[in-house]
Design a protein around this ligand. Structure first.
Ligand code: TXA
Ligand code: MG
Length: 367
């Protein structure tokens, strides 16, 4: 764990195993309106008290994120959801029974107590119960909602280890809770249950097919019955809190997101050797993330591949394991200061949908 002093002077306290005391320090920091980073099963979160306007404003500043983009509120259990959502459809309860705690975020009509700083002024709120034991311990000890985007600068690669959080945001957070590497590795599936059409806004490792199986219907062929009182604007108890029903803003929905500093290019496995041969590398290197056997070609000394210029990482061919290591692999290759990172395009099957989504966005400026 790292504890920062208030003046920004770093005080490093490294503790191997997490203790109640570390969680207590994080709770105290949250209550003072400071920011803490904590592990979830998906990626690390940058947390602030979801009821503290100043803390939320600081969250946006540190993250470098436009104020109009909403953040997810993390809760200790689904029972707390009625405080934050004005209407919870039966379908949300069914999904919660199947997947909570877990990597699924619910977009629901917000209740009157939810701040505009959380929702970006929209009439909906994102709610999630994370499955990581340390996140749950923190949430239970805090006793309220923790607003938390992924613990990275806006548009950049999410963090999946405490060390990566420290590199990315170390000076700007009061406490970093270290819960090891995140087991899922990419951000939660976001499902919108706030209007008559249920939609997956962001694919994740809970797949659309799993959601449809649990609900017992195809999302495209179902009308959600939202009582008229909840289907338009939500009244806020705070007169200054006007809400809008404008189109949903999902930063992960921007064409370029999750991007390393080094340009990232997606190529099919068979295209990679020829592409690298044609690169004008001079003294530069190229980073390569692949899951098939293409490195065998590079190891064949009789060919003309610049083996000593290729910094490669072999990823697992199982999508869950590939996702688990994806961001740490990309961060590793980014640090190699190569002129380009090439990623072998994963199969275009449903198990890879979320991974492909992240890779397409990470490569949007290059491909
Ligand atoms: O796995 C995750 O979801 C991680 C961990 C930390 O929980 N969090 C995360 O947060 O990925 P963030 O802020 O990086 O991405 C959350 C996404 C954003 O694209 C945001 O626009 C969307 O959720 N979101 C939040 N509230 C929303 C709302 N009311 N309506 C539509 N989208 C919303
Ligand atoms: Mg994010």
């Amino acid at each position: 764990m790292i504890v920062n002093t208030l003046k920004g002077c770093l005080l490093f306290v490294r503790i191997g195993a997490m203790s109640n005391n570390d969680v207590l320090l994080a709770v105290q920091a949250l209550k003072r309106g400071e920011l803490v980073a904590f592990p979830t099963e998906t990626v690390y979160g940058l947390g602030a008290d979801a009821t503290n306007k100043n803390a939320l404003n600081r969250l946006y500043t540190v993250k470098g994120r436009p104020q109009s983009h909403p953040v997810i509120v993390h809760l200790a259990s689904f029972e707390h959801i009625s405080k934050w959502a004005s209407y919870v459809p039966e379908e949300a309860l069914i999904l919660a029974r199947a997947f909570c705690p877990g990597p699924l975020t619910f977009i629901l009509k917000r209740s009157g107590c939810v701040l505009n700083e959380v929702t970006g002024g929209q009439d909906t709120v994102g709610l999630r119960i994370p499955a990581h034991p340390l996140a749950l311990e923190l949430l239970e000890a805090f006793g309220g909602g923790i607003a938390a985007p992924s613990a990275n600068k806006f548009g950049k690669v999410s963090t999946t280890t405490a060390d990566d959080v420290k590199l990315e945001l170390g000076n700007e957070v009061s406490v970093v809770l270290d819960g090891g590497a995140c087991p899922v590795g990419i951000e939660s599936t976001i499902i919108d249950l706030s209007s008559s059409r249920i939609k997956v806004l962001r694919p994740g490792m809970i797949f659309r097919e799993q959601i449809e199986e649990v609900l017992g219907f195809n999302l495209d062929e179902h009308e959600l019955k939202i009582p008229p009182a909840y289907s338009t604007q939500t009244k806020s108890t705070d007169a200054s809190q006007t809400t809008q029903t404008s189109s949903i803003r999902v930063p992960g929905g921007l064409p370029s997101h999750y991007a390393p500093n080094t340009p990232l290019k997606l190529l099919e496995g068979h295209e990679i050797p020829g592409f690298i041969c044609d690169l004008d590398l001079n003294s530069h290197t190229v980073g390569l993330l692949h899951y098939s056997n293409i490195d065998k070609i590079f190891n064949n000394k009789s060919n003309r591949y610049p083996i000593d210029r290729i910094i490669s990482r072999r990823a697992d061919s199982d999508p869950h394991k590939f996702a688990q290591d994806l961001y740490s692999n990309i961060r590793f290759l980014d640090k190699s200061k190569s002129q380009l990172i090439i990623v072998e395009t994963p199969p275009k099957t449903s198990a890879w949908t979320a991974i492909l989504d992240r890779l397409y966005r990470a490569s949007a400026k290059t491909n």
